[in-house]
Ligand binder design. Structure first.
Ligand SMILES: [Zn+2]
Length: 72
């Protein structure tokens, strides 16, 4: 799969950290499966992983080993 962002990189399976702002917190979900561009580092998530991230972000208000929460 060619990266749609930089159009030169190739996306390969790997692990990444997904981070998102939710209301008053910055939530980081660690070690998420993704396809990662070997050129620009853009990460692509499949549907199952997106569901996992959403569930973890909701849980993020109670930080776990996989989820880090920084109040802003
Ligand atoms: Zn790229």
């Amino acid at each position: 799969m060619i990266c749609v962002i930089c159009k030169t990189g190739t996306c390969k399976p790997g692990k990444t950290h997904f981070s998102v702002f939710v209301k008053d917190a910055f939530v980081v979900v660690k070690n998420v499966d993704a396809m990662i561009c070997d050129n620009c580092g853009e990460a692509y998530y499949d549907a199952a992983t997106t569901d996992y991230i959403q569930a973890q972000v909701e849980l993020g208000y109670n930080a776990t080993e996989e989820v880090e929460v920084m109040k802003v």
